[in-house]
Design a protein around this ligand. Structure first.
Ligand code: MLT
Length: 314
């Protein structure tokens, strides 16, 4: 405000709308979660949270944008495990993954769903994995760019079946899902958040969920473990500010995030699409920081084992 410039304090922050960067296309799972969260947090904070989709390069373009933003608490990023996997996949990201971000808090966690276009031959999960292995050279797998959840799930699928698929990269699984529904691609492993509604309306086929337990909203869909397929993947989103953001602003943002995660309507909307908030014990900024650091190490090991090569960031 004019004449009142100074460090953000818990008392005066925020005094203008906030920007929430979504590093993937509109209509995808990160976008859906961001809009739900942003809407609730905006009401708590008394300022609008404006979603901005900064898509590209598996979510690293949006991460780079946040890393370069003013550390004043007004520019935030929602991102998922791809933020932690990126340094194992891209050279020259333009930021240091371990130090560029101030964790605000963990958001939601849930499984991926292995899905196929409605016309794909197999009738169930058991038939799917046999079919996919036998026909890998004829099948296309859609994903949201190198390092995205859908890409990592495709990598794990290839590894589990010892099979290679043609990959088609999109700027998010929003547009990838549109093409799956239209039958332009054969397979998409997407977050339950956007897969469940399409499965319920029978626009795509669900073959397996990648979590240890079945989802209540997809009771008839087996887990990969039940099918003895080694593909275990649990996703998570977190909220970030640039490093150097004042603690008072981070605490206020963390408080608004917690209010959203405790809200009955938010929880129900998460549940309806097979995802859920993190347990309350993990709602602190510290818990987010610890999980993030652990995931950077975990994906470095996983991707090394899968033999995925580094590529140049765009
Ligand atoms: C998206 O919102 O498009 C997804 O989070 C992309 C992905 O990671 O598969």
């Amino acid at each position: 405000a004019f004449g009142l410039a100074g460090p953000a304090t818990a008392q005066n922050f925020p005094t203008k709308p906030l920007t929430l960067i979504v590093p993937f296309a509109a209509g995808g799972p990160s976008d859906v979660i961001a809009r739900l969260l942003g809407d609730h947090m905006g009401r708590t904070l008394g300022q609008q949270v404006v979603v901005e989709n900064v898509a590209g390069a598996g979510g690293t373009a949006g991460a780079k944008r946040l890393a370069a933003a003013d550390p004043d608490g007004y520019t935030l990023l929602i991102h998922h495990l791809a933020l932690a996997a990126a340094p194992s996949l891209y050279e020259n990201l333009g930021y240091d993954t371990k130090t560029a971000f101030a964790p605000v808090g963990l958001v939601n966690t849930g499984p991926m769903v292995m899905a196929g276009k409605a016309a794909l031959a197999p009738a169930d999960g058991k038939a799917f994995f046999t079919y996919a292995k036998a026909n890998a050279d004829k099948l296309t797998v859609a994903h949201a760019g190198v390092g995205s959840n859908s890409h990592l799930c495709a990598v794990l699928l290839s590894q589990a079946l010892s099979a290679k698929f043609a990959q088609v990269a999109y700027r998010g699984t929003g547009p990838a899902m549109n093409d799956l529904v239209a039958g332009q691609v054969d397979i998409l492993c997407d977050q339950s958040t956007t897969a469940v509604p399409q499965i319920e309306s029978k626009k795509i086929k669900a073959f397996a969920v990648t979590s240890p337990d079945r989802l209540d909203v997809l009771k008839d869909t087996p887990t990969t473990a039940e099918l003895a397929v080694k593909l275990d993947m649990t996703i998570w989103h977190g909220l970030y500010a640039p490093k150097g953001t004042p603690a008072a602003a981070l605490d206020k943002l963390n408080g608004a995030l917690r209010a959203a995660l405790a809200d009955k309507t938010v929880i129900e909307r998460f549940q309806a699409v097979g995802t859920k908030p993190f347990p309350q014990a993990e709602w602190t900024r510290e818990a987010h920081g610890a999980r993030f650091a652990a995931e950077v190490d975990k994906w470095a090991a996983t991707l090394k084992a899968a033999g995925v090569a580094l590529q140049a960031a765009k």
